[in-house]
Design a protein around this ligand. Sequence first.
Ligand SMILES: Nc1ncnc2c1ncn2[C@@H]1O[C@H](COP(=O)(O)OP(=O)(O)O)[C@@H](O)[C@H]1O
Ligand SMILES: [Mg+2]
Length: 557
Amino acid sequence: MAVEKMRQGNGSISIVGRYTQQKTMQSDYTFEMSWNAPRGKVIGTGMSGPVRLATGKDGREYAVKSFKKKQLNPKARAELQSEVEIYLSLDHPHIARLEQVYETDEEIHLVMEYLAGGELYERLTRRKMYTEQEATDTVHQMLLAVAYLHSRSIIHRDLKLENFLYEGGDSDHLKLIDFGFAKIFTGSTKLSDTCGSIHYVAPEVLKKSYTSQADMWSLGVISHMLLTGSPVFRGSDLEIISLVRRGKTRLSSRFGDLSTVAQNFVQALLVLDPSKRLTAKDALQHPFLAHRNSIATSVDVEILHSLQNYAQASRFRRVCLSMMAWSLSMEDRQRLRGKFLELDVHKKGTISLPQFKAVLQESYHVNSAEAERLFAALDTDHDNEICYSEFLAAVLQDRVRMHEHVLRRTFARFDRDEAGVITVENLRTVLGDTFEDVDVMELMREADTTGSGFICYEQFLQYLQEQDSDRSQETSEKSCWDRSRSPTAQQREKHCNLAGGLMDVSTAELDAVEQRPLTPLTQKSVLSPSKMDRGLFHSSLMRAATEAAISCVRLPK
Ligand SMILES: Nc1ncnc2c1ncn2[C@@H]1O[C@H](COP(=O)(O)OP(=O)(O)O)[C@@H](O)[C@H]1O
Ligand SMILES: [Mg+2]
């Protein structure tokens, strides 16, 4: 499955760094198995089969959606390829984060952040309906995700209550999942495949000629359900299809009790003619969401300083921080995402240069040239936009303590062949031949102060610890292994040392080490692989998506 073609489009650092054919998912994650869940705990089921809970080497929980390739026909394979490619390119606070994709000859696993708060469907079922205030907040978050997709010419095609999940049980932060039907569309060609779920599908989808506006109809159905607790269409499948085709909505009797502005909002989405239906951008401006839009945009002085520090950092450091942004825990991202959403004045899910300039000028009288300089440093993939993770990379240095597991994960994303070192070839795979017009060999020299041609983990740690200005060559030299031997030989030795050392360590000691909240960056700090090695199961293969599941209209729960 090619990720090649997306490399140009969305910055190769995050995409190549999160896609591997060289490692197996089972080497990085374990499933918790029990007598009633012999293949791992199932946290949700859709048409592609169960999504299971796994634990990563960092001790955190992840959601894994797996596919068995042999069971997919060519069409289903193409759909899966599209899901993987599109999902890898997405980067937004209201979209579930795709951590890593593993592909072998037999299987594909999508490892996502685990959203423990469950489906919006379940929460709505429990509460019966949302107040207008709650519905406003909910719909606003959905629209931010959808406006982001549409601004990137991506149509989701399966927006429904089951595909929005809460981050945690006590959190109201919502994220969109399931890109199984997502498609990149060009404005000129209308789409014709019939897909989606019958209660939410737009009339023009049933007529096989539609655009991204079809998603807006689904949002209209969702909004109605949130506000009234009732679906828009009732009856047999055939009856529903007939009503939808004609745009004959059956609004709830409670609908009339809603405020005029809420009624207008829903009605402006459930419009038969897609060209007269609110777009995502228009919907965000609708008076129903007015109070959400009045939140002032400001950049606090600390953010500005972080941006300035980042812009001054060396190239390789910025590359490392960009990769690190994809390894941050959910808690770290929670602390930073509000600032990003505030800066995203136009609600496109990315920050453009004019937007960036305007905010910096307004808050700090930063002149245009300086704002451009900062912007250029942040825009690591040079697509003239600052995306969410580019922002995280720029501000994380001052706000996030560098947990050992974050650094390990970051290192591993570069060390693609698991040799235990980052080589020039690894950098070339992740970055291409050059980064900001500088050959990757040159980039490597920034951290490889011994001239060995590779960067070992200790050197990597030191490099990130030190300020660019006072980086000491001497300490770097000490930290690295004998460079006369091959990286693989050194890695083997390292594993032997680890294994030997660990034999004598008690479980209690290991647990104590692993539970230490923040590990200072020292040369000796080594992430214990004990948990990941203990009781590592080979996961049983999942029921893969069937042809019907991928291509036909889905039925509601
Ligand atoms: N990241 C996640 N965290 C928690 N639960 C998830 C996650 N992703 C999926 N699920 C659960 O699994 C269900 C099916 O996943 P989804 O990606 O929608 O697959 P399908 O394409 O089969 O519908 C979801 O409705 C949800 O309940
Ligand atoms: Mg789904």
